[in-house]
Structure formats: structure tokens, C-alpha cells
Design a protein around this ligand. Sequence first.
Ligand code: NAP
Length: 516
Amino acid sequence: MGLIPYRNEPYLDWSEEANVKAMRASLEDVGSSLDRSYPLVIGGERIEADGEISSVNPANPSQVIGRVAAATEREADMALESATKAFEAWSRTAPEARARVLLRAAAIMRRRKFEMLAWEVYEGGKPWAEADAQFAEAIDFLEYYAREMLRLKDGVEIYAVPGEESRYFYQPMGVGVIIAPWNFPTAILTGMSSAAIVTGNTIIMKPSEFTSVLGAKVMEVFEEAGAPPGVVNFVPGYGSEIGDYLVQDPRTRFISFTGSVQTGLRINELAARKIEDQRWIKRVIAEMGGKDAMVIDDSADIDAAASDIVASAYGYSGQKCSAASRAILHADVYDEVLGKVVEKARALKVGVPESPEVGMGPVISEPQFEKVSSYIATGKEEGERVLGDDPGDPEKGYFVTPTLFEVDPKARVAQEEIFGPVLSVIRASDFDEALRIANDNPYGLTGGVYSKNRDHLELARRELNAGNVYFNRKITGALVGVQPFGGFGMSGTDSKAGGPDYLPLHMLAKTVVERF
Ligand code: NAP
């Protein structure tokens, strides 16, 4: 198949008036299409359910973005049946044809870019640039996994003994349950789903309850791109109601999950239990939380470090698994870095993300607002709040201002994932101590070091315990195909989305040997 070489989708340039105009027009268009209903899609059929999820704008919770049918066990069962049936033909469909569905989906997403960005602003509370980066990532996943399937379609080279031919190739696994979070509502949902289907599996696609309308939009794209009925089944619903059922069912072959450590460990535990009629050990691909640290040593470029701490800690209101939630500063530069971080964070404009100048929007939901608020109360007891206000009235939007605490490394706010715009700043007497503090945490997703000292960088290259380590730059915004993404420890199964090892996780490797 002739394809241009893979390259990342470029970000929109917001200094171009045409882009700003297009975005404003699309916010207006989408703004007049709110509060519609979205059914489930099972086996290509639109299915209504008894209940619905009412998805709201986190910047204005009285505004309903859409009403999405909420699946119960009955519809989950229908979807598993439909995916099981569709697997027969889809698993035998040529890898090139499967890859074409992804390439087509990427083209459709490019065409619908401004519309999709507007939905992200309304439902996800994303500032424009965050929405764009997130959406570019969705397109990247489609383009990258299509090419990866073409690379792997005939298997990989192995050795043989004289007189024999040995082949090593991959085959599809079966029905996958795809469970996504709300923070990258198109990128992660599209990425996990496209990897699963391009490898010949059929799926149950469950978005987060908080971004179910965006889930419905991703489903529209897969359908328009030509995914046959039953290959992608759109099954929104409450995780607490249908999650266990989908995970435990014997028809489920694998679960691809991104979300919190609590849910991930539950899924892992339930999936490990063999139940009647089950013919395989279920595979679990799980990417979970983080408590990511940036270490700034005494040789660092202080201004650049402070800018990148602010970008990593407060981008999308700190609601990225890769977000910097700990800044560990060498004592000799502590005051200077802290001062600059506070100054730069203060300059962030917090507000309703429909305006282009807003740099930080709300947190996603009322439960998230309550959780972050409660950690802010804890932080005030544990250390000194240098920046941030007490959260306001959630009925006026789930806004939390950039918050910064000076704390001990063992403080709860410095140990537990908060998933909000809350940064813990910690003092270290030297670089070895800074690394020890960074590693003293059950998570291991991203980590960064700012330093001009080669020995320090080499030490951190080996010893910093994180799946994604970045030097002298921000620690968020991993690019598909360029910075494969996944964590150690309680951050997950290190599946490295957007990397060369990702697709084989969705397939069975087969060895066939013929003696001549
Ligand atoms: P979450 O509460 O664990 O939810 C994730 C998904 O799991 C949602 O679709 C949720 O459905 C579903 N779910 C809930 N209970 C379930 C159950 N018993 N069985 C099966 N599924 C169930 O996480 P979140 O708040 O959406 O996302 C934030 C978390 O994701 C953070 O911890 C963040 O670090 C992590 N994350 C990790 C990565 C990574 O690559 N490592 C990337 C992004 C986010 P409902 O929405 O209906 O509850």
C-alpha cells in the first residue's frame, strides 16, 4: 500500500485570523446543536435504552451538552453478542482493508476538526489549544496504527533450522472491551479503539460518562469510515453499572482500559478470575494514574524550567495523567524557581474556555471539583499555600485556580494523585536526594529533570523510575510515534500507546514450522 511517511498532525496556529474565525463559527454552530439525544449503536442498529446520561458543560453545569442512552446489562449483553458474531468476518478481513478504515477515519476527523474542537470545548471544558492538541493526537493514533498494522501484517523475521521453514505471525484475539477516561475523550478513546480493530478484533466502546457525547462523535466517525456493523459497538453507560458485567463475561477476550488506579486494579482482579465457559486467560491492558515529578537542579535554566513546570502542572487544569504534580527543587535555586513559577502561574487566565484567551478552564465534573477542593483543604493543613484561592460555588462552573503548596515529600498532597491544578513544591538538598524523593511514590508514569549537568542527566536516565522521562522540557503532550506513552508501577501495564510494541498487545503471536 503506498502511503506518505507518518508525521504528526500539525497544531492549528491561533495567531491566524482564519482559524480563530472558523473556531468561533463552529462554537456557534455546535452551540445551537446542544441537548440532543444519542442512542447506543449495536451491530449497526440505533438502540434506545431506559436510562440516559445527561452530559453537562463543566464551565456552566446548567447547560446540557447532550443526552446519551445509558446501557444496562441487557444492552451490554447484546453488544457482546454482536461483537462476537462480527469477529468471524472482521478477523478474516485483510489487514490492508482494516488499515483503510483508520486512514479514512483520520481524513474524516481532519475534515470535521473545528466542529470536534467545539464539542471538546463545551463538553470537556478544554481551552482551544488543549482541544486541538488532543484532537491532533486522535488523528495521529489512526495514521500511526494503520501503518503499524501494515508493518506487522506478515509477522516478523525469526530464524529456522536447516530443512525447515519457521514463520512467526500475528492473529486477532477476539472481543475487546474498551473503557476510556474523560480527560482525552477523543484521543484515548480513538487510540485504544483503533488499535483494537485494526488488529482484527471487534469491540465494545465505552466512553466516560462525563464525555459521552464526544464518544458518540467518535462512533459517527468510525461508522462513516466504514467499520462494518458489529465491529465497533457504542455502549455508553455508567461504569459502576455495566463495567463489571462487561469485564467478567466469558465472551470478553481482552480489556483495554485507561483511567484511575482504583478502577484499573478492580478490572485486573475481576478479569483474572476464570468463570464457566471461559476458554482463555483474559488480557488486560491498563494505563492508570500518576504523581509525576519534575526535578530542577542547581545548574538548570531557571526561566525555562519555571515555564515548563507551569505548562506541565496547569495545562488542562492539571487533569492529565502526565501532569507535573510535584516540583522538586534544589535548595540553591529553590526560591528563584518558586518565585518564577508563582509569577507565571498567576498570569494564566482562568475562565470559560469558549474565549480564545482563556488558558485554563474548569475541572471536569462536580465529583472532581469536590475531590480537588478536599485536597486543597488537606494541603492547607499539611503545608503552606503559596498560590491559589478557595474553590468557589460549583453551580457557577467547576473552577479551581492554579494552586501551589510548599510541603514535605510525605504529605498526602505530595503522594496521592489529585488530578487538578494543584502543585506540591518540595525542597531537596542535593540531586541524589531529589531523585530519591521523585522515586518515592507508587506511581511511575512521567518524570522530568531540568539540568545542564551531564552526570545528573545520565543518572536520571537510568534511575528515574518512570515510563516516560523528559529532560529540559515539559513532561506532558507525548506525541504518537515519537514519545510512546505508558507507565511503571501503579501507573499501569507499561503498554506504551503510540509505540512499536502496542499493536501486538492486541494479537496472538503464532509460530508455524514446516519441515521440507
Ligand atoms: P475512572 O473513574 O477510573 O474511569 C475510567 C473509565 O472506567 C470510565 O469510563 C468509567 O466509567 C469506567 N469505570 C468506572 N467503574 C468501572 C468498573 N467497575 N468497571 C469498568 N469500568 C469502570 O477514571 P477517570 O476519572 O475517567 O480518569 C482519570 C484517571 O485516568 C486518572 O487517574 C488519570 O491519571 C488516568 N489516566 C491515565 C492515562 C494513562 O495513559 N496512564 C491517561 C489518561 C488518564 P464512568 O465514567 O461511567 O465512571
